[in-house]
Design a protein around this ligand. Structure first.
Ligand SMILES: Cc1cc2nc3c(=O)[nH]c(=O)nc-3n(C[C@H](O)[C@H](O)[C@H](O)COP(=O)(O)O)c2cc1C
Length: 324
């Protein structure tokens, strides 16, 4: 007789959720040729030679009979931007493929685009696994991209971030009154100013100061703003443009005033701003290249959350541009 368990199903789910996984969508065709697919994070590798993988499918899944009969199925390792696709294929009783871009693979397997990796498999074995059936497949074909994978952890979607061996960020805070190397304000300021130091070299070369650069950048996103609206977009820096500064940019032929004190970039102003932005983007590419695409996606995700959580009500230049 089975030994008495001292945990309930909820605790079991919680413990399993402590194991981070990727997210896959597994597709096949049923006996009538209709496309079938499910979201599964029970995917795992089994053997390298021959190449074999597995996934577990709940006996209660509608797609069970299709997978039971299928000779082939395709595994899609989802990329970070495919959360919506994961949710779509986790629903039962809907047309999961409606409006989804599909290619055809081996034996007409429906293949999804934009994934981190795809494997087309032939069913090798099926095992009983309690309330799930375990499908083992031999991998017949695969392709992959550099797209950052989607992660599932503790019941939520997440992103994979590599740990840095060279930074001692896990050190416990000293608990003393002074700042230490883990103080977020220090880390953010240091990263920002070091990055901006190099952007500024370009700005200074064109005889512009920081505020003039901010004005040109704001107008490059959405032209035709007055002084107050221009300033609203970089008020978080503690800096502000003055009417004299705008007049100076007009005299240099970079801006022109319009009706109701609205300001516009001249063709020369737009050209110069695009050059400055191209320089900043080249620097961004250089820095992110050192992190790699996956960490870059994680970094953007975390910094965006910080921007959100620290915002005292400042607008984003892109919001107004989208509304215009
Ligand atoms: C992140 C995530 C992972 C999942 N992993 C599995 C899994 O490994 N096996 C499974 O049977 N269902 C899994 N599911 C649930 C199925 O995707 C879901 O039950 C689906 O509706 C089954 O589709 P069907 O009823 O059309 O067959 C998962 C759902 C999510 C959101």
């Amino acid at each position: 007789m089975a030994q008495q368990r001292d945990f309930d199903p909820r605790e079991f789910r919680g413990a399993i959720g402590a194991f981070p996984t990727g997210v896959t969508v597994i597709t096949t065709r049923d006996g009538d040729g209709a496309r079938v697919g499910i979201t599964a994070n029970s995917f795992n590798s089994v053997s390298l030679d021959p190449p074999m993988v597995l996934f577990g499918l709940a006996r209660s899944a509608r797609s069970l009979s299709a997978f039971n009969q299928a000779e082939h199925w395709a595994v899609h390792i989802l990329s970070a931007g495919q959360e919506a696709l994961s949710n779509r294929f986790a629903k039962s009783g809907v047309d999961k493929f409606a409006g989804v871009e599909i290619e055809e693979g081996i034996a007409g397997l429906p293949l999804l685009a934009g994934c981190s990796a795809r494997m087309q498999c032939r069913t090798a074995f099926r095992y009983e696994g309690g309330d799930h059936i375990i499908f083992v497949g031999e991998v017949l074909a695969l392709d992959r991209s550099e797209a950052t994978p989607l992660v599932f952890h503790a019941g939520k979607y997440a992103l994979a971030t590599r740990k840095s061996a060279s930074l001692s960020l896990s050190q416990a805070a000293t608990g003393e009154a002074g700042f230490d190397e883990n103080f977020l304000g220090y880390l953010l300021a240091r990263a920002h100013f070091q990055f901006y130091e190099r952007v500024r070299e370009n700005v200074v070369r064109h005889s512009l100061d920081d505020v003039e650069y901010f004005v040109l950048s704001v107008l490059s996103v959405q032209d035709g703003r007055d002084l107050a609206r221009i300033n609203a977009h970089f008020a978080y820096t503690g800096q502000a443009a003055t009417p004299e500064l705008l007049a100076g940019l007009c005299r240099r032929g970079l801006l022109r005033g319009g009706d109701g004190a609205l300001h516009y970039l001249t063709p020369e102003g737009r050209q110069l701003t695009l050059e400055l932005i191209a320089g900043a983007k080249a620097l961004e590419a250089e820095v992110l290249g050192k992190l790699g695409e996956w960490d870059a996606a994680s970094l953007r995700n975390l910094v965006k959350q910080l921007v959100l959580h620290t915002n005292l009500g400042h607008p984003h230049p892109w919001d107004e541009a989208a509304a215009a």
